[in-house]
Every structure is written in structure tokens, then in C-alpha cells.
Ligand binder design. Sequence first.
Ligand code: BG6
Length: 496
Amino acid sequence: MARSDVVPHLYVIFGATGDLTHRKLLPALYNLMQRRDIAENCYILGTARSDLSDADFRQEARASLSDAGFSDDDLGSWCDHRLFYHSLGPDSDDFPGLKDRIDAIEQEHDLPGNRVFYLSVPPQVYPSTIEALGEAGLDSSPGWTRVVIEKPFGHDLESARDLNALTHRYFDESQVYRIDHYLGKETVQNLLVFRFANALFETDWNRDQIERVEITVAEDLGIGTRAGYYDRAGALRDMVQNHIAQLFTLIAMEPPTCFEADAIRQEKIKVLESTTPLDPFEDVVFGQYAAGRVDGEEVPGYRNEEDVAPNSRTETYVALRLEVANWRWQGVPFYVRTGKRMAETLTQIAIVFNRAPVSIFRNNGTPDLESNVLLITLKPDEGFDLHFEVKAPGQPFDLKKQQLSFRYNEAFGRMPEAYETLLLDTIVGDQTLFVHADEAEMSWKLFAPVLDQHVAVYPYEAGSWGPEATRKLNETWVAGGNALSGSQQRIARETA
Ligand code: BG6
């Protein structure tokens, strides 16, 4: 059944020859259309500098959809009917021609002028693309017009403000969809359901019950062939300002008045506003991977990666201590770490509860009780684990850690791709999972000052859990790690 809130439209993708378009956007749109979430007369117009014909673009799209695992008989005819291509020319400036082409497709297919413009282009050309759209009169249409902007949104507070101001010159905030693909992940959205549909946890979700929160986003991959982008960005811009800020605000936010875009985004902004400014030398550890072994293979250090300068100081690892100065969280540290070439790929949030105030089992060999921990795993094995103590059967009297577990794939099977969810939202006009202008700016305001300081960048061995210096923030990390207490290591192993 086609969704009734999906109306005929044209999806225009800038950067249509790029990796994101072929790996994520086309498969997501194809899947949406095949599952008939999207009404019959919806079309995609790819645009880029390259001089391709419609037929060339359709052939490329078909190849990438096959690579993505689609093998339907009607794949070819879908491409032939749904896809179009317009070259913007070597200087990417043929916006008048683009407008004519859009008008022609809309006329031919009887479309009412509903348009999404998706900017899947390098961030440095966001401003010129937005301006050219506006100046060509493509900022409005007989139907609705929406513009989707990929991350990174700016590279510091000033550039994010400039980009917001430019965007708002042509588009109202209600037309702007700033993408952070973490918000499209089911498990990330589920943080809201988990917190606000289950009173059981919400009553404990505060400084009275929680000792600390840890957020780990570790990747075993290096930077691959992305040095051109990554060496200028670094881990703080690439992961912390956006993806981790989302996880952090969803964990820390107050209950919104309802499940609607403005209500949720307002609460997330308040968390960022309440977060104490970071002291770059006390609250932050930067690292950069050196050569090491990952999955049994020797891998080069960051400075020996293709196109990385041998003296690059770009951080491939960041650990932070954040504090939210409000009634709920005052005094509860939020430890965050993310890095490339770490021991494993693991995205996990650990809610570490207060220990029992005293151990009545002290005379039975357990002088100290450990914290209960709620582990929320987003990758690789989406689900939750609540760790608690039980009595080990028999004698001598002993306590043993056990867990209650929930795994998404066991309960529900296939999870939709994040991009599928987000693209559908851009079509139905739901901004709940997109970043508000103020949110993007507040996040830069919090994190960007660290980049202005000469923070030491510690080397760490590829395949490890990051630099030793991280211990100065948090001696023991619950998820994975080289600095865990015995039972915490057990938690991490049992959960893996
Ligand atoms: C991207 C970053 O936004 O997110 C990459 O640019 C990172 O460096 C990726 O690898 C991680 O996304 P996910 O969904 O694999 O956790």
C-alpha cells in the first residue's frame, strides 16, 4: 500500500555521480519505491558536473543497485522510468538549464511542483549551490520545496552561522533538512522510546541514581581513501560535533511535550546550552593511530595513509568529559570516546548506576558491590543488556554478574537503513530526525573552541582502545577497553 502522505514529487540529487548517491541514496529511494511507500509518480533527477546522458546515469545507477544486492527483474525498467540526469557543466553553474529541465520533467509527468533538493556534494560547495538554487528561482515552486544538507554543517561556529544565514536567505527553516544519519538509525530513535515509554528507567535517569554515562563510538577501520576530507576534519568534526552530540543529547534531554520535531529539538538544544564549556586541557584527549594490527593484519599508521602529510596532527581519536549543569545531571560525568582503527567496531552507551551504598555481603567475600550497568548497543549487535548481580548457586556464597538482554534482530529481523528512514521523512515533510539551525550552532559552540587550542595528540597503536592518556578522564571504561576492572572486562566480553 502506498503511503497516503507521500505525494508526487521530483527528488533532485546534487552530486549524483558520487559515492553517497550510489551507495546510499539510490538504494534507499529504490527500496522505498519498491516497497510502495512512495506513490507511483515520483521521479529522481541526478545532477553533477559530469557530462552524462540519462542513459549513462541509468546504467550507472543500475550497476550500483545490483552491487547493493537488488536483483529484481524490473530493476532496469525502474531506472529507465524513474531516473533522469542533468549536467551542470564544468563550472557547475547551469542552474537556469536545471530549472528548465525540472519544469520539463514536471510537465511531462504531470507533477505538481513538489521538489526535494539533496546536497550530496562536498561541504565547500554547499554555499554556492544554495545560492545558485535561490538565484535561479528554485527556492520556491507551485508545490513544496525542501533542501537536504549533508553533514558536516560548517566547520566551526562562524561557518555554521554563515551557512545558516545564507540558507535562510532563500529557504525558511521549515524547508531545511540537515541530515545526521545517526538520527535515522532505529536504535538511536529508540532511545526516545526506551526512555519515555518506560517509566521504569525514567525514574532512575538522573543524578540520584546514575554515577556516570559513557558513550563509545569505536571503529576498527582506518580512513581508507578519505584523506582529502578527513585530514582537514579530524575526529571531533567528523564524529563528535554531530553523531555523538546526537547520542549525548538524546540520553540527557528532558521529556519533550510530545513526539514532534520542534518539541524534541528544543529539548536537545537545552542540553547543549546547559553543558559546561570544555576545558581543552582537562576534559579532552586527542589521539592519532600509529601502525598496529587489526583483525590479525598489519595496518599502517595514520601518517602513512595515502595522501596524509607525514607530520599531520589531525586527531583520529577523541575522548571527552562532558558535564550538564542542570537539576537532572549536575555532577554526573558523561565520558565520550570515538576513534578510527580501534580494537573493534562498537557503538555503545553505558549507563552506570550508583553502587549499593554498603555491601551486606562483606563478610562473605564481597566487600564492594559493583554498579548495575545498562548497556545500549547500536553496533554491531543492536540491543540492550542490563547487568545485575545474582547469587551463584551452591557454596561457598558468591555473587555473579548476569544480564537481561534484548536483541533487535531476534525480535524484529531486518532493520531499515538509516537513509531509507530519513529520505522518506524528507518526502513526507517530517523534520523530527533532522538537525535544527540552532542545534547545529550550539553544538559547534560547545565543541569548536577545543580546536583552537594546541591540544596534545597522543599516538595509539592501531587495534588498541586509544591512548593511555584517556585514563586521566576515566580510569575504567565499561565497553571494551584496556583499562577495565575484572568484572567490567567480563561484562564487555559477555556482551560482545
Ligand atoms: C560518517 C563519518 O559520518 O559516519 C565516518 O564521516 C564514519 O568517518 C561514519 O565512519 C560512521 O557511521 P556508522 O553509521 O558506520 O556508525
